[in-house]
Design a protein around this ligand. Structure first.
Ligand SMILES: [Zn+2]
Length: 91
């Protein structure tokens, strides 16, 4: 396909035009989106063991704390990984 801005040939799966990388707004948005996607993946991965834990042991105080911390931790980790990956794609 061709870029709508500069008219140069761009790979079909490209999330942005490599010839228009001067467009900071677009790339920053892509980095943020990468972070959100990564964070959601992490959250999903963390929620599964948390739910299993809650169903297995019940909602006791200690279990509740673990079931809360695990998804938060995996969400943060996924967010950072997503941000770093999106940034690397940009370069
Ligand atoms: Zn372009």
């Amino acid at each position: 396909m061709k870029c709508s801005k500069c008219g140069q040939e761009v790979p079909e799966d490209a999330i942005y035009c490599p010839h228009c990388t001067g467009d900071r707004q677009t790339t920053q948005r892509e980095i943020i989106r990468g972070g959100i996607v990564g964070g959601l993946k992490g959250l999903f991965l963390g929620l599964l063991p948390a739910i299993v834990l809650l169903m297995h042991y019940g909602a006791e105080r200690g279990i509740k704390a673990i079931a809360f911390i695990v998804p938060v931790t995996t969400f943060t980790t996924g967010l950072i990984i997503g941000l770093v990956r999106a940034k690397r794609d940009w370069k």
